[in-house]
Design a protein around this ligand. Structure first.
Ligand SMILES: CCC(=O)OC[C@H](C)CC[C@H]1O[C@H]2C[C@H]3[C@@H]4CC=C5C[C@@H](O)CC[C@]5(C)[C@H]4CC[C@]3(C)[C@H]2[C@@H]1C
Length: 380
């Protein structure tokens, strides 16, 4: 437990023991203060589109095979931000704040070439925690919608996290959908107090155009002994022979092999790609249910490691939420989600999931764009 501050070695060991007996709901575990982040989990939806150029690239490719490859490249490009950005900025993986029901995170990316890309993220469920999000760029006609929750289990000193939910990318110009499953991850380095994410098992990307990709993840000691390793196979329709094989590190370089010509070339280099910062309104212009405003005092206390204030301010928010739930129960009213609704999935999603050989979700969280655009929140 070398990375654990001396005076927190005791609490850290207690924490690891509590992890071992946890029931899988990460949010119910109180972690020692030094591992806390001042960022709420509802913000993590931004990692899907911090590279607006990669996000819109597929819309400009007319050949559907090339376009499907560009979607695979965008997906691979998101992984570094999704799963290693806290290590880069905070020194290790941290425990995000547990979003309250109805917590909203809004932002936009403004870039020269891509124009405006909007992010709407909402905590649509608290028990179990589920975040729904929509990211869209109307100039290029592309929209990502998805939702995710986590199921955790603890084995020796590794925390295993299975993600529940999926993402769907829609490209308007071609009326084309991509169904994307979410990677399974585990947290290593916990014992040393320097946790980091490693991906495992696989992701499936199924396009309505028939193309599909399977990405298999592995960490140190598997394919190449390097961390963050993956091997992707890209297929046309029912074909069993891959057209391309892409392999390497999702946090570094990867190459693509054309299985026909056996020619290999660079596919993507994550170290070459700088993320575009998300523009978020100043706190005084945010509604009180917006994430950074709601958690402002906690985030400030985390910044200066003021553990007492973290506890006091977090408890205020948690008690306020408990009161709300109690009142709703007494009045027999259900919490109204702002920008997402849980609907029976009848659309293309079901067919895509079946095409992908994945059990479609009974109900899916769908972005209510009307509601968002008619709200003052859309003045980003
Ligand atoms: C409660 C256990 C605890 O506090 O242990 C402390 C350690 C920091 C390890 C547990 C936390 O590790 C964090 C990593 C988080 C995931 C990172 C990236 C993503 C991708 C994003 O698209 C969706 C959310 C997801 C899966 C995060 C979910 C929450 C994770 C596992 C945090 C753990 C509580």
């Amino acid at each position: 437990a070398s990375a654990v501050p001396a005076q927190q070695r005791g609490p850290w060991m207690t924490f690891l023991r509590s992890l071992a007996s946890s029931k899988g709901d990460l949010s119910s575990i109180t972690a020692p203060p030094f591992i806390l982040s001042g960022t709420s989990l509802v913000e993590y939806s931004k990692f899907w589109a911090e590279l607006p150029d990669a996000f819109v690239a597929p819309t400009m490719i007319l050949d559907k095979e090339e376009r499907a490859l560009a979607v695979l490249k965008w997906f691979i490009a998101t992984l570094k931000g999704q799963y290693t950005s806290r290590n880069e900025t905070l020194g290790s993986e941290k425990k995000p704040l547990n979003p309250f029901l109805g917590e909203v995170f809004l932002g936009k990316w403004e870039t020269e070439t891509e124009g405006t890309t909007i992010l709407v993220s909402e905590q649509v469920s608290h028990h179990p925690p589920v975040t729904a999000y929509a990211i869209y760029n109307d100039i290029y006609g592309i929209e990502l919608q998805g939702y995710n929750g986590q199921k955790a289990s603890f084995a020796t000193t590794t925390l295993n996290v299975r993600q529940v939910g999926h993402a769907v990318l829609y490209i308007k110009k071609f009326d084309e959908y991509y169904y994307i499953t979410l990677p399974t991850l585990h947290i290593e380095g916990l014992f040393y107090g320097a946790p980091y994410v490693e991906l495992e098992q696989n992701t499936l990307i199924q396009s309505s155009s028939g193309y599909r990709a399977t990405i298999e993840y592995s960490g140190k000691g598997y394919f190449s002994g390097k961390k963050n390793t993956f091997k992707a196979k890209f297929y046309a329709g029912e074909e069993s022979a891959a057209l391309y094989t892409i392999s390497g590190q999702w946090s570094g370089k990867s190459t693509i092999m054309n299985e026909h010509t056996k020619k290999e070339s660079l596919f993507y280099d994550a170290t070459e790609h700088n993320v575009v910062p998300l523009i978020v309104k100043p706190l005084d212009q945010q509604a009180d249910y917006e994430s950074r405003r709601a958690w402002e005092k906690v985030a400030a206390a985390v910044q200066v490691m003021d553990y007492d204030t973290i506890h006091v301010e977090k408890s205020k928010i948690e008690n306020q939420q408990r009161e709300l739930r109690k009142k709703e129960k007494e009045l027999g009213i259900k919490w109204q989600r702002r920008y997402f609704e849980l609907i029976e999935d009848e659309g293309p999603l079901k067919d895509l999931a079946e095409l992908a050989g994945v059990e479609p979700d009974e109900k899916v969280w769908r972005f209510d764009r009307e509601a968002f655009e008619h709200s003052t929140d859309s003045k980003l």
